[in-house]
Write a protein that binds this ligand. Sequence first.
Ligand SMILES: Cc1cc2nc3c(=O)[nH]c(=O)nc-3n(C[C@H](O)[C@H](O)[C@H](O)COP(=O)(O)O)c2cc1C
Length: 194
Amino acid sequence: MADSTPAAHLIRAVAISGSPSRESRSRLLLVHAVGRLVAAGAETRILDLSDIPADDLLGRTRSSSIAAALSEVDAADVLIVGTPVYRAAYSGLLKVFFDLLTPDALSQKVAIVVATGAGPGHQLAIDHALRPLLASVGALVVSTGVYGIDSQFGADGPDPTLIARLERAVAEALVLAGALSSPDVIPAVSHPSR
Ligand SMILES: Cc1cc2nc3c(=O)[nH]c(=O)nc-3n(C[C@H](O)[C@H](O)[C@H](O)COP(=O)(O)O)c2cc1C
């Protein structure tokens, strides 16, 4: 007899790194989040915005690099958005990429926000900069935001409290993504203006 059990929805997760640094702390947190998502059975990808040509990011050209990046984001169920804090907000690299998205580009998608800064003073960049950025393109952002400071990164990687917070954010994202995979949980909302 044929198995009539519906196939479990494969979660596709894309981590977007907004750091231009080759040895990025925020990217390290994305790598850990991706590891947890892989362990949970998700298909994952890390998108390094610094690898995309600047003219693409400024909307002047549309090479295969930016086209592939946008289509990966479009196909994702979960996005993990990571950035260094620059001047009390997210990096310009992250901003120009988000400027390319339409107002409902991330509707029906779950997002985790991750940032690192030199110290605790700009922790609110998570709530005052990253959450509104994600909301402006329709994403459903999990309640746990992840903010790390440079001293929390040692030779062994991020400290355990930071990893624990990241794992909580990933667990929340998996719950939300599972719920969203049921049809019509959230009606599609169209945004009339930018
Ligand atoms: C141009 C620039 C601006 C920065 N501005 C801030 C800031 O406003 N607040 C802060 O806490 N750290 C600031 N930093 C420090 C970085 O946010 C911090 O070192 C971060 O962990 C780097 O992340 P990354 O390794 O992923 O690039 C700044 C660093 C640079 C290079």
